[in-house]
Design a protein around this ligand. Structure first.
Ligand SMILES: [Mg+2]
Length: 500
């Protein structure tokens, strides 16, 4: 009995071990065969990039590595600027209390600072939506103001149109929208300039940053993947650097919280970086001819200001060997791309939000595309019948026996044109309904950040032109191996799509 029991024990143990092993094996094999792929956390590629050929990865700090609790941050900045407008400019407090909701202030809107109008345009500068204060402009009001002009920020009418593309700018849009309702034509530019001046002041005089650094957890969304990403990149042999416009004191005060560490842990976080550049002064930082030179920081690997040649010399690589990840389309991407050919990745948090909305309406985008394709082909059919009808109308001098035949042809064409026109109207109606559904689901005031009707927005075009890749959070890079081949999707011309 004992022998029997004894002989069974090792068997049971082996089976238990085997069950345990196969449990883990099952998990691993399941993970390999059905990889969890969160589409909303993907990196999307405009320009093919071999990650294995990237020798160094640089990060911006604010809104890139440091993910802010935007609601708390915007409320704080808005209050500080409003207080200054009341105190220094004599603006009645009650004018600043009726602000639109936060969703009104989107990134990449264009401000007409002379007219007090906020615009959304397509990639060519055609105005699609516009608000003056909280009032949406009608089609005829838009036409009266802008006609068929293309509105390109800083190009059309000098400094009249500006693109608000900084995540810190949302409170400015909300305050200006509220004040436009209380100002007359001719005063709106000066109101905008006052808001700008006081916004710059609260960022410069430490009044904003002192509140944030006193309670960083209230303003930062900690992401445990941030530290994991920095470690992963360095373990893969890539150099990692930080390049921020923020001051060293602020960056240092916030970094431990950003990494989810105890804020009292001092400068240990520096071990995660090969180089840290604070007070970078982007976009000028990317201009090697600016003559700016860096000042030393408290440690050898810290530089204050300067220009990009110092980074390239210190980390020992240059140009397309460097990937820079930032959230500001102009200061982080356009300047680095134009001047130094660094590879670029734009962080667009709004992307995740839009993809969640779209995934809740499966098939809507595909349906819209199909209806649009059918609309275009029906439009051609209508034009064809119109042209044939015009030809038939122009026929003169026919003999009596041909007249009946011509009349029948005219009737036939008229009927065909009418049918095609009715079908076209139905497609246009369907398309408008689908577009409105998609657009208001994303943002009831402005629709998508990336799309304006059939076209990309002005921001969408900049994203396509200057971001080699884009994603909703910097830490999404962690989902990709160090040698990943970021492959761009096939780009088609209209005639190629026609033959598909
Ligand atoms: Mg930033």
């Amino acid at each position: 009995m004992n022998k029997s029991n004894n002989s069974k024990e090792p068997e049971q143990t082996a089976n238990q071990g085997s069950t345990k092993d196969s449990h883990w094996l099952d998990m691993i094999s399941m993970a390999i065969r059905t990889p969890v792929f969160d589409h909303q956390r993907s990196v999307f590629t405009n320009r093919t990039m071999r990650f294995g050929q990237i020798e160094a990865v640089g990060f911006d700090f604010d809104h890139t590595l440091a993910v802010y609790n935007c609601e708390a941050l915007d409320a704080l900045a808005g209050k500080l600027v409003a207080d200054r407008l009341v105190e220094h400019e004599g603006i009645p407090r009650e004018w600043l209390e009726d602000l639109p909701d936060l969703s009104f202030a989107k990134k990449a809107l264009i401000l007409d600072i002379d007219e007090g109008v906020i615009l959304k345009t397509d990639r060519y500068g055609h105005v699609l939506r516009a608000y003056r204060g909280k009032e949406k402009l009608t089609v005829s009001e838009k036409r009266n103001l802008y006609g068929d002009r293309d509105i390109i920020p800083h190009v059309t009418d000098g400094d009249r149109f500006i693109q608000v593309d900084h995540a810190f700018s949302r409170p400015e849009i909300l305050l200006w929208t509220a004040l436009v309702d209380h100002t007359e034509a001719g005063e709106r530019r000066s109101v905008w300039e006052k808001i700008r001046k006081h916004t710059d002041t609260i960022h410069r005089d430490n009044s904003l940053k002192s509140v944030i650094t006193a309670n960083p957890e209230a303003y930062i969304q900690q992401d445990p993947r941030t530290e994991a990403l920095l470690l992963h990149l360095r373990e893969c042999g890539k150099k990692v650097f930080l390049l921020t416009n923020s001051e060293w004191e602020y960056t240092h005060a916030m970094m431990n919280t950003v990494l989810g560490r105890d804020p009292e842990r001092g400068t240990e976080w520096l071990d995660l970086f090969d180089l840290v550049v604070a007070e970078g002064g982007k976009p000028t930082y990317f201009d090697a001819s600016s003559g700016r030179t860096c000042k030393p920081g408290i440690e050898d690997k810290i530089l204050l200001g300067g220009n990009l040649t110092e980074i390239e010399e210190r980390i020992g690589c240059a140009g397309p060997e460097i990937l820079y990840v930032g959230d500001h389309i102009y200061a982080d991407l356009i300047s680095s791309k134009r001047n130094v050919y660094w590879r670029t990745m734009l962080v667009v948090p709004e992307l995740e939000e839009e993809m969640v909305v779209q995934s809740a309406m499966p098939g809507l985008v595909r349906q819209l595309r199909e209806v649009d394709e059918r609309r275009i082909s029906t439009e051609r059919e209508v034009m064809h019948w119109k042209a044939v009808e015009a030809c038939l109308q122009s026929i003169e001098g026919v003999v009596e026996e041909e007249k009946k035949g011509i009349k029948n042809l005219r009737l036939e064409c008229h009927s065909a044109r009418k049918n095609a026109t009715d079908t076209l109207k139905a497609f246009i109606r369907q398309r408008e309904e689908l577009r409105a559904k998609l657009s208001t689901a994303t943002n009831e005031h402005w629709g998508s950040l990336f799309r304006a009707g059939n076209e990309l927005t002005h921001f969408g075009r900049q994203l396509e032109d200057y971001a080699c890749a884009y994603t909703s959070r910097a830490t999404n890079l962690l989902f990709y191996p160090a040698g990943h081949y970021f492959r761009s999707s096939m780009d088609y011309l209209p005639h190629e799509l026609e033959s598909m």
